[in-house]
Design a protein around this ligand. Sequence first.
Ligand code: ADP
Length: 172
Amino acid sequence: MDGVAPSAVVFPGSFDPIHNGHLDLIERAGRVFPQVIVAVLKNVSKAQWFSVEDRMRIVRESVKSLPNVRVEQSAGLLAEFVEQSGAHLILRGIRSGADLDYERPMAITNQALAPGVETIFLLASPHFAHLSATLVKELAVFGADLSRWVPPAAQAAIARRSRQENDGHPRE
Ligand code: ADP
């Protein structure tokens, strides 16, 4: 493998909001790859709690102590974003067999769209394998303490949103 430069890896997601399962994956990837580019996806099919600007701000705040992690927005095709960023790897997390079934067609499609770009997978750490942004939001609706599951910036954004909902004000 002499002469093969290690590649940056792109970690895409909606991060609505980022939680400790995502952060665990980012930290682990940062120990393996020279650079991790967190790509916050603008056009996601799921309904979002937070705007892409807010999601990026929360992610940036949450990874600010990690020197080889940068945060960018991806508004179009992920394959194009990865090619433009000069990376050759897409990283996704696998919590379960259902995740793998969901990921398989996307990985094959991205390989067809951007030959040479590979999708690689890291298994979720057992401590976080149950965690999803959907679960975080369900807990948030009922006012649960989220400090174990999300970074402080996400906790603050959720609290702000809850206050706005309770006051009957439109969301940020
Ligand atoms: P998407 O909408 O693209 O699935 P998410 O923000 O939900 O975006 O997830 C982004 C990535 O993080 C996906 O690869 C997902 O599998 C992974 N991921 C989500 N939750 C966890 C977790 N608890 N542990 C490890 N990886 C996770």
